[in-house]
Design a protein around this ligand. Structure first.
Ligand code: ZN
Length: 231
């Protein structure tokens, strides 16, 4: 004889969905999603190189590409909602040195900014400070040229400070809060520990370190055997 469990169909569906969600996404819950019971598993760490790129405001975008222009997604990035756009601009630095095809990352921001690697900035003849996004203190400017116009950034050319995106649950796992620093160990044939990786905690963020092309090349990231974050 089969005993009835007392679980109704809706309850079973709810349990199955919950279990599936844990399998598909063992990290943080999305905003508005019920929090799952804590899983002790190590969060899956991704380290990605962020090549040089630009962020623009909607009004700067329209000056470069024409009135009413909207960014067209070219490739979605790992962080939900962010993308590399089809649109690129020409970066003109001092002494007419140029970077062609500088890609814009979307969506539009409330400030325009260019992120270069150290090697890029040396080639441009620019002294570029390491800054977190939106902090343009003592940073040089440049001209950006699009098919419909040009803008002059008085400042905002930075070398983006190495950082890690994470949600609150992952911050709890590492014992850090927004604005703290972690160390990143990369095991490869050029092993190194990158210090002072800025922690950026936001709802819905996925665990991902962003370093620039110089940093990625220095540790031979594409051939890395293991990456690890630690305090
Ligand atoms: Zn980032």
């Amino acid at each position: 004889m089969i005993a009835t469990t007392g679980l109704d169909r809706l309850e079973i569906e709810r349990l199955v969905r919950g279990a599936l969600r844990n399998v598909l996404r063992p990290g943080c819950s999305q905003p508005g999603e019920p929090t799952q019971p804590a899983a002790p598993a190590q969060p899956r760490l991704l380290v990605n190189v962020s090549a040089r790129h630009a962020h623009v405001t909607q009004s700067d975008l329209e000056r470069l590409f024409g009135t009413g222009h909207k960014l067209t997604p070219f490739k979605m990035l790992y962080q939900d909602g962010f993308f590399a756009a089809e649109e690129t601009v020409t970066f003109v630095g001092p002494r007419q040195r140029v970077i062609n095809n500088l890609r814009i990352l979307g969506p539009c921001r409330d400030h325009s900014q260019v992120e270069l690697a150290f090697t890029d900035s040396i080639q441009m003849g620019l002294d570029v400070p390491v800054r977190k996004s939106g902090d343009h203190r003592d940073s040089p400017g440049a001209y950006l040229v699009g098919p419909k116009g040009m803008i002059h950034l008085e400042r905002g050319v930075i070398r983006h400070q190495r950082h890690v995106h994470m949600c609150q649950r992952e911050a709890d796992h590492y014992g850090v809060k927004d604005g703290d620093f972690l160390n990143l160990r990369v095991a490869s044939d050029c092993p190194a520990v990158l210090e002072e990786v800025l922690v950026r905690v936001s709802a819905g963020a996925k665990l991902e370190v962003h370093i620039d092309t110089d940093e990625g090349n220095a540790v031979n990231l594409s051939k890395a055997k293991r990456v690890e974050l630690f305090r």
